[in-house]
Design a protein around this ligand. Structure first.
Ligand code: HEM
Length: 386
């Protein structure tokens, strides 16, 4: 059995994961992680094939790397398999599909322009708290439609949710009370009575009234909007700005050719995948080049490693805005591919376009990485624009 001794969820591996990912890829297509008592796929082809094959790689027993969460908080869209998954996803996807977003695109562009105008006058700012958080917190959190008290907690609940999707280390344990609180919030009649009628959350309950999904599913489906809608985009935006600061010639290319913006966003999500990976459970015995994975094994699919697999990408460590990175796995792939990706790209595009009009270069101060069990990105990112 090919094994790799690492605690992928320890601080050092969270801060410097790429050496471990390479070691896992180099060992073989499937590697056992004794420390976590689970298997792991790190190569692009295998991760992509697993994401597509939901009947062999099931999400219905949770996608976390620990049993506490996998047995406790099932029931949202990400933790179901087809055919149940299809019904829930159709509802969640409604307001997030590309055509449905056209009516908020203008508001996002205008808000991005106002923000960048302010930041340029300020000259120095924090790329996370003052910049990357702005559109998700001011626009997206309003679209979800929670009452003010709930909105104010979304970032804390989201970060805790992603910590709890790793192992039950200190970070995972500390996240549990926040998750309980989120669960209580979503099932509290007072919350439901105060949801904004135009919001995405209220639309879930209307879909239940129309018989598309049982009412009992609605609180869990509300979490589909609350947990992944902010932090993911915030961290991706921060990493994109950091990469532009690190590689000014790449920013220069984007600034002088707006058609490179979508590619630059995909390339940043490939290189600095905000979600490192989720798990599945195998529903039958599998063979990877003589390595047998028993049925009902927990298996980690490392999107962040697949996105740097040298078998798939040339110069995988290089940030190249002209690369065709569209088939990266940073948004997942297959039936569970991110439903929020159009929105995330819309927000990031608006910001980059506004910066391209006003900023020649990003000078980086001393950045501090966030330590989250599942998310990658920065907690602090001082930037001075020129
Ligand atoms: C750059 C930003 C984002 C990244 C990198 C990202 C990443 C991902 C990934 C990797 C998955 C696949 C999960 C799996 O295979 O088990 C996923 C699913 C999902 N994402 Fe995102 N996401 C982002 C933004 C968003 C936003 C803005 C929203 C909501 C407004 C959102 C909502 C969801 C939901 C509900 C799912 C589950 C879909 C399903 O199970 O069918 N995401 N996302």
């Amino acid at each position: 059995m090919l094994t790799y001794e690492v605690d992928l969820y320890a601080d050092d591996a969270i801060l410097e994961p790429y050496g471990h990912y390479k070691a896992i890829r180099d060992l073989g297509p499937a590697v056992f992680l004794p420390k976590h008592d689970m298997w792991c796929l790190g190569r692009y082809d295998e991760v992509r094939a697993a994401l597509r094959d939901y009947s062999t790689f099931s999400s219905a027993q949770g996608v976390a790397a620990n049993d506490v969460i996998n047995t406790r908080s099932l029931g949202n869209t990400i933790t179901t398999d087809p055919p149940e998954h299809n019904k829930m996803r159709r509802i969640i996807k409604g307001p997030l599909a590309a055509p449905a977003l056209t009516h908020i695109a203008t508001a996002i562009d205008e808000e991005a322009e106002r923000l960048v105008d302010r930041l340029v006058r300020q000259k120095s700012f924090d790329g996370i708290t003052e910049c990357a958080q702005h559109l998700p917190v001011t626009i997206v959190s309003k679209m979800v439609g929670l009452p003010e008290g709930g909105r104010a907690n979304m970032l804390r609940w989201a970060s805790a949710t992603f910590d709890a999707l790793g192992t039950m280390n200190e970070r995972g344990k500390e996240a549990l009370p926040h998750i309980e609180e989120l669960h209580r919030y979503c099932t509290d009649e007072r919350t439901l009575g105060a949801l904004s009628p135009e919001g995405w959350a209220a639309a879930i309950w209307r879909a239940a009234e129309d018989g598309h999904v049982p009412r009992s599913k609605c609180p869990a489906m509300m979490r589909d909007y609350i947990s992944p809608s902010l932090d993911t985009t915030i961290l991706a935006t921060g990493s994109l700005l950091w990469l532009f600061g690190q590689f000014p010639e790449q920013w220069e290319k984007v600034r002088s050719d707006a058609s490179l913006i979508p590619g630059a966003i995909n390339e940043a999500i490939r290189l600095e995948s905000p979600i490192r990976g989720f798990t599945r459970v195998t529903t039958r015995e599998l063979d990877y080049g003589g390595q047998t994975i028993p049925a009902w094994s927990r298996i980690l699919l490392l999107y962040a490693s697949a996105n740097r697999d040298e078998r798939k990408w040339s110069d995988p460590e290089t940030f190249d805005v002209t690369r065709d990175a569209r088939d990266h796995l940073g948004f997942g792939f297959g039936p569970h591919v991110c439903v929020g990706m159009h929105l995330a790209k819309l927000e990031m595009t608006a910001l980059v376009k506004a910066f391209a009009r006003h900023v020649a270069s990003f000078e980086l101060g001393e950045a501090k990485r966030a330590t989250n069990n599942t998310l990658r990105g920065f907690a602090r990112l001082p930037i001075t624009v020129h």
